[in-house]
Write a protein that binds this ligand. Structure first.
Ligand code: ADP
Ligand code: MG
Length: 328
């Protein structure tokens, strides 16, 4: 394994300027993904997962202020020249977006859409070589090559998502970022698509960042997992260990909320906890989880706990882990 991470976030902060005031959606995130690794990011809606994704290829809106470093193979995306940034998109890293099913062009054949990034990035590509590549890509994602001639409306949701994955792979990136890639699909298809994605990432020794609100999916398919709450990572470690023996009460709630992959009931209360995560523009004092925490102590509204060692290769941000905070 190379000692430079394929993807590394260093103290990344993202604040959106809004009419109602600043919205600090991401508040100091550190995370790395090495080649050959699948790293998961879990957390309820609104915790800042997609905002993190937007920093990786600098796809955030102009209203966002981003600080820190976002490194792709050691190169900072945030300070990259525009021409280099264009080459990096698709070529070094690519994203399968949340709700991407709707981003295929309805009036263009699948093959035409797949060929576009290939020509953009490979100056030596010919009509023939690009068509061969399209066929190979479709087969890799489990679709018959003849689907190149299909229009998006002729495909099912699962087939369209396979096309989105083929698009993301078209320029052989080293880093693949998947933001809730299966949320819109039914349960059986979800499991197939995830298996496909992870299989491809492992086969190609890519670095993969997999975002999901479903910790059970991440716990069983990733190497490591980070759990986000209110714009921060509140627990991180080997995926299986974090899922099976959560240290943070929030992780514990997420872990017990998903008894089975894609459980329909848990979509409505994704954490199994009452209420919603806080709005980042108006965070509770101390630990932002304390108002919902089943294990909250009197000190919790007053201490802002940082990530601390919590077992082999693990960290968690909770007073129950922090020996230095008197809990009585
Ligand atoms: P997640 O992907 O975990 O659901 P997001 O990163 O989408 O979370 O959102 C985190 C927070 O940032 C939310 O409170 C959301 O409302 C806010 N947010 C996201 N995008 C914008 C934006 N363009 N302008 C203002 N606030 C935003
Ligand atoms: Mg999101």
């Amino acid at each position: 394994m190379s000692d430079v991470a394929a993807l590394e976030l260093r103290d990344v902060h993202v604040t959106y300027r809004t009419r109602e005031g600043p919205v600090p959606a991401v508040r100091g995130v550190d995370l790395s993904v090495f080649a050959g690794e699948v790293v998961g990011v879990a957390g309820e809606s609104g915790c800042g997962k997609s905002t993190i994704v937007s920093t990786i290829l600098r796809l955030f809106p102009a209203s966002a202020t981003v600080t820190g470093e976002v490194l792709l193979d050691g190169e900072n995306v945030l300070t990259m020249r525009w021409g280099r940034m264009r080459a990096v998109r698709w070529g070094v890293a690519s994203v399968v977006f949340q709700g991407a099913l709707h981003s295929l062009n309805p009036i263009q054949r699948i093959g035409t859409q797949l060929v576009e990034p290939i020509f953009l990035h490979d100056k030596l590509a010919t009509d023939n070589s690009a068509a061969t590549k399209v066929r190979t890509l479709l087969e890799q994602v489990g679709l018959p090559a003849r689907h190149a001639d299909a229009y998006p409306h002729q495909l099912s949701g699962g087939q369209k998502q396979r096309v989105m994955i083929a698009l993301a792979l078209a320029c052989d990136p080293q880093v693949l970022i998947c933001d809730e890639p299966t949320t819109a699909l039914d349960v059986m298809v979800q499991a197939q698509i995830l298996e496909l994605l992870i299989g491809i990432a492992r086969e190609r020794s890519m670095a993969m960042l997999l975002i999901s609100h479903d910790l059970s999916v991440l716990g069983t398919s990733c190497d490591r997992v980070a759990v986000m709450y209110a714009g921060r990572i509140i627990e991180h470690g080997p995926a299986r260990a974090v899922f099976d023996w959560p240290e943070h009460p929030y992780t514990r709630a997420l872990s017990s909320a998903f008894p089975t992959i894609g459980d329909a009931a848990s979509r409505y209360a994704p954490s199994g906890l009452p209420g919603d995560p806080p709005f980042p523009g108006d965070l509770p004092s101390g630990c932002p989880f304390h108002p919902r925490c089943p294990s909250a102590l009197p000190v919790c509204p007053t201490v802002d706990v940082k990530l601390l060692p919590a077992g082999p290769g693990r960290t968690a941000a909770c007073v129950l882990v922090d020996q230095s905070v008197p809990t009585r």
